[in-house]
Ligand binder design. Structure first.
Ligand code: COA
Length: 151
């Protein structure tokens, strides 16, 4: 089990989260692209995971439909992987979303994101579809999990 502290943080922590994002994902994105995407979104969630005092992972999400919460981006720094931190982050987001009365969580994942495909199955998500992403010329696997049971 990861010895991590996971906090729900405010949008003020976005710079730290974007710094983590840019250590985990390519291409890099600047903070304005995140601010733009969150504009007008209902119930944004910013979560930061720390191991000791060091940021180690993050989760970003927002409402996609009144009953469905969308896990947009989340990741763990390479040196902290496979110690349960990714699961801890997803479970914290699920618990938060259930408390907000959402019935399910949705996430989307490219075929190349193998660790995430494994993690989604491990956490009990169902594959509910495939979506073509014309920007990336690639399919996204769509996963959903009912979270009402964890309310
Ligand atoms: C996906 C990601 C968040 C997983 O984080 P993590 O902290 O390593 O995940 P966990 O340690 O909680 O893994 C839990 C289980 O998921 C599965 N899993 C995770 N990574 C795996 C891998 N590379 N290969 C196979 N199974 C894997 C395993 O069943 C694992 O349990 P185990 O270690 O006891 O075998 C991390 O790999 C990551 O940040 N990837 C890059 C970013 C990304 O793809 N984000 C998702 C899309 S937005």
């Amino acid at each position: 089990m990861a010895n991590a502290i996971i906090d729900v943080v405010s949008a003020d922590e976005l710079p730290q989260i974007v710094a983590l994002y840019n250590q985990i994902f390519r291409p890099a994105r600047n903070i304005d692209t995140f601010r733009r995407r969150f504009q007008g979104r209902h119930n944004p969630l910013y979560m930061l995971a720390k191991v000791g005092d060091e940021p180690a992972g993050f989760f970003l999400g927002f409402e996609t439909k009144p009953d469905t919460y969308y896990a947009w981006f989340y990741g763990v720094l390479p040196q902290h992987r496979r110690s349960g931190l990714g699961s801890q982050l997803m479970e914290a987001a699920q618990t938060w979303a259930a408390k907000q009365q959402y019935e399910s969580i949705r996430l989307e994942c490219y075929n190349q994101q193998r660790p995430m495909l494994h993690l989604a199955i491990e956490l009990g998500y169902d594959i509910v579809g495939i979506r073509w992403d014309a920007d990336r010329n690639s399919n996204l696997v769509v996963f959903e999990k009912l979270i009402t049971a964890t309310k």
